[in-house]
Design a protein around this ligand. Structure first.
Ligand SMILES: [Zn+2]
Length: 74
């Protein structure tokens, strides 16, 4: 493999990772739940900073962290 090819691979890899971060926008830390209605809204889909109101009953929804986003890979 030539040096030029290696540089291209590095550039392409960095570009792909950057696109993945901005493009999808799925850096979800969890979701908001309404226990009464079983409504669920992901935090990335909720408007504003605070917990959204349940679209069915209007109660403030409860935030629950996603089990897969604890940051521990072991
Ligand atoms: Zn509800």
């Amino acid at each position: 493999m030539s040096v030029l090819q290696t540089v291209k691979d590095v550039l392409r890899a960095s570009t792909e990772s950057a696109d993945r971060g901005e493009g999808t926008g799925t850096a979800s830390k969890g979701a908001y739940w309404c226990d009464d209605c079983d409504e669920r809204i992901r935090d990335v889909d909720a408007d504003g900073d605070g917990p959204p109101a349940c679209p069915t009953c209007g109660e403030t929804m409860r935030f629950e962290r996603s089990p897969s986003s604890t940051g521990c890979a072991c």
